[in-house]
Design a protein around this ligand. Structure first.
Ligand SMILES: [Zn+2]
Length: 486
């Protein structure tokens, strides 16, 4: 961002000689900028040098896909004279055509509270460089268009957009979602300013969604929360996007998401997928260290290199992530507990002829039994033990047949469930698992005891039936005996 005393408009400056603003030769995205863009940038540069008055010159800058746009002047007094309102904070100047209600007035405080969290998340020392964004919160875009601060060269956008250190958001019917968009676009701006222009789409939108999903009570801001309920995040809908796609037989793999192209996010659905994938990488302790190192690869400006570096950092954990993703697809919900649902994907060993015994904890999601079952073979499963499956109005004690106070996945809460997963070099595609009985997406009810015929060879996983959001109030465990039948 450049601050400068300027005041002339574009037409005046275009009559003068035009110094050319040169792009850095080592940035291929700068080289992609067309000549119209260069011309406009030049006009901006001239207006910056030749004018006088209270104007902040913005840009030139890049958008989320690294595309360069020209700069333009933001004439504070002209905007205010035209009837726009302004709020100012340390990190944000926001112009709006809305009246300044408390919900609007606090947006600067929200943005300022996000700044140290962005710094902490991305490993930046606060105030190591000057950084501030200018924003436009628009109920009616027309005055902004007329005032020249919603330039016609911006691509059409539904909710929010940002270029360089400028962001635009359309007014939303929910205070939550208005703040969400502000933090989302702020995350883009922060990343660009501190790490570079060209950020891989899945990471850029994923991280903006991850951090944009927040808790705010008027005093405390927490970025990157997993919302506990739909009511906590009105209009957010990222979990619904993923769940609906799975229901409609359109599940994506992690690889599909990492390969999203620069135009994928013209649709809403990729925002849901990118949120879910980055939430897994950020919240599961096995993937978090590699995920946190990703910003260092932004400067390389290449999706393939970025993804290759991520996979290299993850090492064998990438395969684990792909398997874990099948569980996310099956069970994603508000309040999803990424730690308690983390499963071990070590291949199992054959069941002992006389039977093998495994212990299953009530407070965890799918657990690897350590046993490999063979296709076509029948196994007698017998479960015993008592555990607490919920605390609300309880504690609710339960045995492996479950209790009918609640149903989850169509089975009583607490019922022992089984899945057989071929744990090999790489997981089966989500679309296959979705239609396979005995997968995480179609588990088998075992209850107190039943005969399980293995429909495929694989590792046996067991869990007690509960929402992936409600594992932390469970307590106790059960013992399951697995005996091969003749
Ligand atoms: Zn975005």
């Amino acid at each position: 961002m450049v601050f400068s005393p300027t005041g002339v408009n574009m037409s005046q400056s275009s009559r003068r000689g035009v110094p050319v603003v040169r792009f850095r030769e080592n940035d291929r995205h700068h080289r992609q900028t067309d000549w119209t863009g260069r011309f406009l940038v030049s006009l901006w540069a001239v207006s910056l040098f030749l004018t006088a008055g209270e104007v902040v010159a913005q840009g030139p800058g890049a958008d989320i896909s690294g595309r360069r746009y020209p700069g333009f002047p933001i004439d504070d007094s002209r905007l205010l004279q035209a009837g726009l309102h302004k709020i100012s904070s340390a990190r944000l100047t926001l112009y709006t055509d809305l009246p300044i209600t408390p919900e609007i007035d606090e947006l600067g405080r929200v943005f300022d509270a996000a700044y140290p969290q962005w710094c902490a998340f991305f490993g930046i020392t606060p105030d190591s460089r000057p950084w501030k964004m200018t924003g436009f919160l628009m109920k009616d875009p027309r005055p902004f268009r007329e005032l020249g601060v919603l330039p016609s060269w911006l691509p059409p956008f539904a909710n929010g957009f940002s270029v360089g250190n400028v962001l635009w958001i359309y007014e939303q019917p929910s205070a939550y979602y208005r703040r969400h968009l502000l933090i989302h676009e702020g995350t883009h701006g922060f990343l660009r300013a501190h790490f570079g222009d060209w950020i891989p789409p899945w990471y850029n939108e994923g991280i903006a969604e991850l951090l944009g999903t927040h808790f705010w009570d008027g005093q405390t801001l927490r970025l990157g929360v997993v919302p506990k309920s739909r009511e906590e995040v009105p209009m957010w809908g990222r979990i619904k996007i993923v769940r609906d796609a799975v229901t409609q037989q359109r599940p994506l793999s992690l690889t599909d998401i990492l390969n999203f192209g620069p135009t994928a996010h013209r649709d809403l659905e990729p925002y849901g997928w990118c949120w879910a994938a980055t939430a897994l990488f950020a919240h599961d302790p096995r993937f978090q260290p590699a995920f946190k190192k990703l910003p260092q690869f932004i400067r390389q400006g290449n999706l393939q290199t970025f993804n290759e570096n991520f996979l290299k950092l993850l090492g064998p954990a990438w395969r684990t992530a792909e398997y874990q993703w099948l569980i996310v697809l099956a069970d994603l919900d508000y309040g999803y507990d990424f730690v308690r649902t983390a499963a071990d994907f070590t291949p199992g060993s054959p069941v002992l002829t006389g039977g093998s015994v495994v212990r299953i904890e009530a407070g965890k999601g799918w657990q690897n039994s350590g046993l490999r079952v063979e296709v076509g073979q029948r196994y007698q499963l017998t479960a015993s033990g008592r555990f607490v499956v919920a605390q609300d109005g309880g504690p609710w004690e339960c045995e492996p047949q479950g209790v009918t106070i609640r149903y989850v996945r169509g089975y009583p809460l607490g019922t022992l469930l089984a899945a057989i997963v071929p744990v090999e070099d790489s997981p089966p595609p989500p679309g296959t698992e979705l239609n396979t009985r005995g997968s995480f997406l179609q588990p088998i009810a075992v209850g107190r005891g039943s005969v399980l015929t293995a429909e495929r060879t694989g590792t046996l996983f067991l869990r007690i039936n509960d929402s992936a959001a409600e594992l932390s109030d469970n307590f106790g465990d059960i013992v399951v005996k697995v005996v091969p039948l003749n």
